[in-house]
Design a protein around this ligand. Structure first.
Ligand code: GLN
Ligand code: ZN
Length: 768
């Protein structure tokens, strides 16, 4: 008997992204719903077997989803807004309509809003609770999947998003935070109680409720909301039919501020993240102890990164928990949804590298090895081959440090982080030097990446065309997009980013220190997956990256062409970072690499340079007290390091895909860019109030239209939008641009939309 092992959840998209493929084929009418269901069932059975074969004790079921687990939970609770119900579609189609909108014979509805899942790059759908909503158990999915596994001879632990997290993330019809009245709490708790009773009838032994929202700072009323919900749910663990055990699973951080409350509720088990929340969770355990009858599920295998677990470290954590309680189980720190499926078949990485990597399947193996080691005595541990082999991975350096990079970083001085002269003076100089009109118009960088462009890239990869032919093709694309931008009268042009597959991978490919996988996909939202590059060694620029195409574009026009780079924080946040050195250091290395590119662009005659930081907010710590100390204090200077070397007259832009920075507005200003563009067409524009209140110095282009939709906005509606912006911002600081890049759009809507935008800017300009 070794220690009990539990998995919070397993990836569902499939080793070869089978789920993505069949669902997308279904959407195109190329697969039937029965085929979708079959692929889904095959994946579930394969994934359960895989965990069972490796000896995992508490295997999750209901961690599968066609689209998103928050969406499934909304459906389970009967929270399907009327506009989706009224389409009269079948179960799966209603789910897809909520996830991605529906336009067809049955009607026309937009999707539910989508948001980032805590600090991950996974996105969940925001459940909407209508005034008239009737909360009641409305789906049998968790029971069906439990029985499906049972029929395969596999006993599972059904997993659901817990009621507290669900209610904290759900919103009202206008996107407003909910009012948690007794009626709502009762109704939601009643469904969870019913779910537990049903699982007792079915004979389940464990149910896991995920409550990651517990790792956030508590607002007034949060603890009583939590207690109110669970006071109604916990008694349902036993009935005349028997009983079921409840595992309260937390992840992505610590529950130090509420652990005592959790402890007192008498859960059968509490899952704690000992990777991201290690110190505070251990401190809470030591301080408050563990209730009689509660097992602590120690999340020691990182579900958020791809590196091998350090067994010695984990055994230390296990021993630390055992100082407090003998009732211990082991698990991943969070669901393995956030890592790729398996190293098997990964041909992109050589063996010495693979030895250091663990994707989901390998992490399952680690959990089992750890469980055995956890129970081994001193001498067995000492003699363990497994432990010795693991230790060898961490002894010594896995890569040669780059002395030149280290020397450069050691030589950095305060002035390297401060651009001169100060911004107000630069803005003055740039006004004369660049000769732009008031309300200058521009775009965010990319133009439609058509199927033809992707096909051309595939041809180059397969060797069907030469590099010279491909380059000629890219040059043609640039010629065309420059001519069109001139024609519609944009003020600051872009080259269109046709040469890039992806805004992070493309840069990684030109940097030393990065590795790439062939098939290490991770679900990002719905059927969409990302394939982050891996930071393997010290980072530096191998060669100029964008200079060629930016200067080519500039040579084709008299107008200003904006250079287009991805910023250091975003490159790191959308890669797999190293664990042997800090994020701060890796970001600094990236800053220096991108800094070289900025200076080369400037030297090549590019006078406006945009450095995208689309993922800056993503890794903002969940606890406010950590925002600056753990992140902003180095992330913001890292951005300044990228651009501090340019001339006063070179204009630095940045871009963010959201406008959620009211609460960090001074930090955004402290990036010291000359101009920032951001998403604003779908948001409530409170950010403009924040800009006003903070005396925001950076010039700003709040996006005037939504690029996530094929809809063509009218000139008049954009004029109104611009006037609204001008009512809150000084005209000398306003730029006119769309929300984000146009890469995912078609030509058909792109050009008319931009024409309307430019015309709207002209009309408003004439009114000034
Ligand atoms: N420059 C990039 C583009 O236009 C920015 C993309 C992004 O913000 N995600 O596509
Ligand atoms: Zn964007």
């Amino acid at each position: 008997m070794s220690v009990v092992t539990s998995l919070v959840g397993f990836p569902r998209i499939g080793a070869g992204r089978e789920l993505k493929r069949v669902i997308e084929r279904y959407w195109k009418g190329q697969a039937s719903i029965e085929q979708v269901r079959q692929v889904a069932a095959d994946l579930r059975s394969k994934h359960w077997r895989l965990q069972a074969d490796r000896g995992i004790d508490l295997i999750a079921s209901n961690d599968f989803s066609y689209y998103d687990q928050m969406l499934d939970t909304a459906i389970l609770l009967g929270l399907v807004p009327a506009r989706y119900r009224n389409l009269g579609l079948g179960a799966e189609d209603t789910l897809f309509a909520m996830g991605r909108g529906y336009q067809g014979p049955q009607g026309d509805v937009t999707a539910l809003p989508m948001k980032k899942w805590f600090t991950t790059n996974y996105h969940y759908l925001v459940p909407e609770i209508e005034e008239s909503a009737q909360v009641k158990l409305s789906s049998s999915k968790p029971f069906d999947e439990y029985l499906e596994a049972r029929a395969l001879g596999i006993e599972t632990k059904p997993v659901l998003i817990g009621p507290y997290t669900f209610l904290k993330l759900a919103r009202g019809p206008q996107g407003e935070v909910l009012h948690y009245d007794a009626g709502l709490i009762d109704a939601v708790a009643a469904v969870y109680a019913q779910v537990l009773r049903r699982f007792i009838e079915l004979g389940a032994q464990w149910v896991q409720l995920d409550e990651p929202y517990l790792v956030l700072d508590k607002e007034e009323g949060d603890i009583s909301l939590f207690k109110g919900l669970y006071a109604r749910i916990l008694p349902a663990r036993s009935s005349s039919q028997g009983s079921v055990k409840l595992l309260l699973q937390t992840y992505f951080g610590h529950v130090g501020d509420c652990y005592e409350t959790l402890k007192l509720q008498g859960f059968d088990a509490i899952g704690l993240d000992l990777v991201e929340g290690r110190d505070e969770n251990l401190a809470a355990l030591n301080r408050y102890g563990v209730s009689e009858g509660t097992t602590i599920v120690a999340g020691v295998v990182n579900g958020r990164n791809i590196w091998r677990n350090n067994y010695a470290t984990s055994l230390g954590l296990i021993d630390a928990v055992r100082q407090v309680t003998p009732r211990l189980a082991l698990s991943s720190s969070c669901s393995l949804l956030h890592v790729p499926f398996s190293l098997e078949g990964e041909n992109g990485l050589d063996e010495t590298v693979q030895a250091h990597i663990a994707f989901a399947v390998e992490k399952v193996g680690e959990l089992e090895e750890l469980a055995q080691l956890a129970d081994a005595g001193e001498s067995d541990r000492r003699e363990s081959q497994v432990l010795a082999a693991n230790q060898a991975l961490f002894d010594g350096k896995r890569v040669q440090a780059d002395a030149a990079v280290a020397a450069r970083i050691a030589g950095l001085k305060a002035e390297d982080y401060a651009r001169q002269p100060e911004r107000a003076q630069r803005q003055e100089l740039q006004r004369t030097e660049l000769g732009l009109p008031l309300l200058p118009t521009t775009t965010i960088g990319s133009f439609p990446q058509t199927r033809e462009i992707r096909a051309e890239r595939a041809r180059l990869r397969k060797g069907e065309i030469s590099q010279a032919e491909y380059d000629r093709y890219i040059a043609d694309c640039i010629d065309q997009v420059i001519a069109k931008q001139e024609q519609i009268g944009l003020d600051v042009l872009v080259h269109g980013e046709f040469e890039r597959n992806d805004m992070v991978e493309y840069f990684g490919q030109h940097l030393k220190g990065f590795l790439f996988t062939q098939g290490a996909w991770v679900q990002s939202y719905g059927t969409r997956c990302v394939k982050p590059p891996i930071v393997w060694g010290d980072i530096s620029r191998a060669e100029p990256i964008t200079v060629r195409w930016s200067s080519y574009a500039q040579s084709q026009t008299q107008h200003l062409v904006k250079g287009m780079l991805t910023g250091p924080v975003t490159i790191l946040n959308w890669s797999w970072p190293r664990e042997d050195v800090s994020h701060e250091l890796q970001t600094q290395q990236l800053s220096l690499a991108i800094r070289d590119e900025v200076l080369d662009l400037e030297a090549a005659g590019i006078r406006v340079i945009q450095i995208d930081e689309a993922a800056l907010r993503e890794k903002l710590p969940l606890r406010r007290s950590d925002w600056h100390t753990h992140y902003l204090n180095w992330a913001i200077p890292a951005f300044r390091l990228v651009h501090s070397g340019v001339k006063a007259t070179t204009q630095i832009h940045t871009h963010m895909c959201y406008s959620e920075f009211n609460d960090i507005i001074t930090d955004i200003d402290a990036m010291d860019a000359d101009v920032i563009s951001f998403e604003a067409s779908r948001s409530d524009l409170t950010v403009l109030d924040a800009i006003q209140a903070a005396h925001f110095e950076t010039e700003a282009g709040p996006g005037v239209y939504d690029i996530h939709s094929p809809r063509i906005p009218s000139q008049v509606e954009m004029e109104d939008r611009i006037r609204l912006i001008l009512s809150k911002m000084d005209v000398s600081k306003v730029w006119i641009n769309p929300d984000c890049g146009l890469k995912t759009r078609g030509e058909a809507e792109t050009w008319p939309s931009l024409e309307h935008m430019v015309a709207a800017a002209r009309v408003v300009r004439a009114e000034l």
